[in-house]
Design a protein. Structure first.
Ligand code: DX5
Ligand code: ZN
Length: 216
């Protein structure tokens, strides 16, 4: 089974973004997670295109961009131009799911769709065959450093069952409150990619922490 760690740059030191990105670049993490927040979809503002630039320059790894913004269809093309390999938008953030999916594909990136903790997996039933990834939020989006919501494990299992039933191959990613102490059960529930911010950048040895999560 595939196991991917996607460290969230939201928890990096923005004064040393190049250093922190290179540290991830030489780690066992295969992806780099980039959290974009607009202060409307979530009650926090993070960063946008200019901050993606130094990150893209400092690593060849897969850039996994998580858009927590309203009307994502307006901006997805620019995120792909800025170097995104995966662009994930929120189911709750747009009235034009198909338009958003098509805009990401046409721009040349892989498509992810995300649901908040209160949104059931069932809403995705007829969308799953159009995406490359589904991101289950295991905290309320907006901030790093929150605790994993235990009910997320059942959502991962139900999504994995839907994938099996429909004979699909999209990746299941999980984001929020992940650490070496719960990574094992989250992988076991059916996820392939785990986002981790504070657990990686708050560790004394971030690269060793990533290996611990992969081996959890
Ligand atoms: C929260 C973000 C997460 C966040 C995860 O809205 O989507 O990616 O950085 O942080 P931790 O791992 O600290 O929960
Ligand atoms: Zn995220």
């Amino acid at each position: 089974m595939t196991r991917i760690i996607s460290p969230s740059m939201l928890s990096a030191d923005f004064g040393n973004l190049e250093r922190d990105t290179k540290m991830i670049d030489s780690s066992a993490a295969e992806w780099v997670h980039i959290d974009v927040m607009d202060g409307v979809f979530v009650p926090n503002i993070s960063f946008g295109f200019p901050v993606m630039k130094p990150i893209r320059k400092a690593t060849q790894k897969v850039l996994d961009v998580h858009l927590m913004i309203v009307e994502p269809e307006k901006y997805v093309k620019r995120f792909v131009e800025a170097g995104a390999d995966y662009v994930t938008f929120h189911y709750e953030a747009t009235d034009d799911i198909d338009g958003c999916i098509n805009a990401i594909r046409e721009a040349g990136a892989k498509v992810g769709i995300s649901i908040k903790p209160g949104t059931p997996t069932s809403v995705l039933k007829d969308i799953l065959n159009k995406v490359d990834m589904v991101l289950i939020m295991s905290v309320e989006p907006g901030f790093g450093g929150q605790s994993f919501i235990d009910g997320s494990l059942d959502k991962i299992r139900s999504l994995a069952a839907m994938r099996e039933e429909q004979g699909l191959e999209f990746i299941i990613e999980v984001d929020g409150g992940i650490s070496a102490s719960n990574a094992g059960e989250v992988f076991a529930a059916g996820a392939e990619a785990l986002v981790a911010g504070s657990a990686v950048f708050g560790a004394a040895d971030p690269q060793a922490e990533i290996v611990k999560m992969l081996e959890a």
